[in-house]
Ligand binder design. Structure first.
Ligand code: PLP
Length: 407
């Protein structure tokens, strides 16, 4: 049977594959400490759950407008204006099942085959996947340890051209936890104006900034007209399984994205939207409490990793990820790269992390190795994981035996 050519271009999010491996190992009775999946380990706050239950009983079980319920769009526009200093109207908002469709539909609506798209690398793997799928040209923008995992503005200037149709930024960042400084955002805004390109600003971790204030590119003049803000409830309110996200964009584009919603999903689940409104308008204590806990865990894991021989870990300003440099650990253990380290730690130490290869293609000149830890795990789990890693990291013989057994 024939398949469409474009299917061979579609990438994936390997975190889900590692999650399946972790679950298979657990089903075999193995005890695994998982730092692999990027989702809060907390339950959704009670007021949000109650709002959904009530909504079901009140009959919110039907289709809603494709762009989302009007009162939720109003609440989201107000919230974004409050946190970004912008002046969006409800017509600028499209509500989607999870934040990913904002990426998918936004790219579909803005990018043609052959257009260039600049995107962060290492970065959320779906950016690269979507760019390839559309047949656009991926232009990776390196995020560098020397810039606290933001980018070098001069390198960005060298990549921008009249062929650039879209630039993706993600701050705070997955997988590094890095934050793009305000001055760099300002330079992106100037370049966007000069070269007339769109910006997709992935702000899903905007509520998880521990040092300093969250900065959105939409604060700069003229950017609201050429930016798609992507945000959602998954991370802030521990609602990954509910599927609730939203985008803010110019009205004409919002109409296009809503039409894509009509074609694909019809709408986001009605009772989820009601719960999503409660999340924004109700008490924020639980969301703030989760943030405080993430902050404490960040400090714990950074300190713990830096105490282990061969790990060098910067303290990232946001999200719930750390991205330690493990070049030395790989060398100490005789392992070729972070993918081998990922497998060694999973199968030999029972610790799940994600290697560099999970976050976009490597550049030819890349010679450093990194792994991602999602510290959305309890303090006990973090301490136990660190203990196992320290033990496995000191056992070169075991690592060599493991690597040989892998052929
Ligand atoms: N953007 C980034 C950078 C993410 O890390 C994620 C989820 O991991 C998403 C978007 C997607 O969020 P959602 O689960 O709401 O679709």
């Amino acid at each position: 049977m024939k398949y469409s050519k474009r299917m061979s271009c579609l990438g994936t999010e390997t975190a889900f594959e590692v999650l399946a491996q972790v679950n298979a190992l657990k089903a075999e009775g193995r005890d695994i400490v998982s730092f692999s999946i990027g989702e809060p380990d907390f339950d959704t706050p009670e007021n949000i759950r109650e709002a959904a239950k009530k909504a079901l009983d009140e009959g919110y079980t039907h289709y809603t407008p494709s762009a989302g319920m009007q009162d939720l769009r109003e609440v989201l526009a107000r919230e974004v204006n409050r946190t970004r200093g912008t002046s969006y109207a409800p017509e600028n908002v499209v509500v989607t099942p999870g934040a990913k469709p904002v990426m998918f539909f936004g790219i579909l609506a803005l990018v043609d085959e052959g257009d260039e798209v600049i995107y962060p690398n290492p970065g959320f793997p779906i950016y690269e996947s979507m760019i390839d799928f559309i047949g656009a040209k991926p232009v990776p923008l390196p995020l560098e340890e020397a810039h606290a995992f933001s980018f070098d503005v001069e390198k960005l200037e060298a990549l921008v051209s009249p062929r650039t149709q879209l630039l993706i930024i993600n701050s705070p960042q997955n997988p590094t936890g890095g934050v793009v400084p305000k001055e760099s955002l300002q330079r992106v805004a100037e370049l966007a104006e000069e070269f007339d390109f769109w910006v997709l600003s992935d702000e899903i971790y905007s509520r998880l900034v521990y040092d300093g204030m969250f900065q959105s590119i939409t604060q700069f003049d003229g950017m609201k007209e050429r930016t798609v803000i992507l945000d959602g409830h998954s991370k802030t309110f521990a609602m990954t399984g509910w599927r609730l996200g939203y985008g803010l964009m110019p009205v004409k584009l919002a109409e296009g994205v809503a039409r894509l919603m009509t074609n694909c999903n019809s709408c986001t689940a009605a009772f989820t939207q009601v719960a999503g409104k409660e999340a924004i308008t109700g008490p924020q204590d639980d969301a703030e409490g989760m943030k405080q806990t993430f902050h404490e865990r960040r400090d714990l894991i950074v300190e713990g990793l830096n105490a282990i021989d061969g790990f060098n870990c910067l303290k990232p300003a946001g999200a719930f990820y750390v991205w330690p440099n493990v070049t030395e650990v790989c060398a100490n253990l005789g392992l070729p790269d972070s993918k081998a380290l990922q497998e060694y730690l999973l199968f030999e130490a029972g610790v799940a992390v994600l290697g560099r290869q999970c976050f976009g293609r490597r550049a030819d000149n890349e010679d450093q190795e990194y792994v991602r830890f999602s510290y959305a795990a309890s303090t006990e789990m973090i301490n136990e994981g660190l203990r196992r890693i320290e033990e496995a990291g000191a056992d070169r013989e075991r690592a060599e035996r493991f690597w040989k057994s892998q052929g």
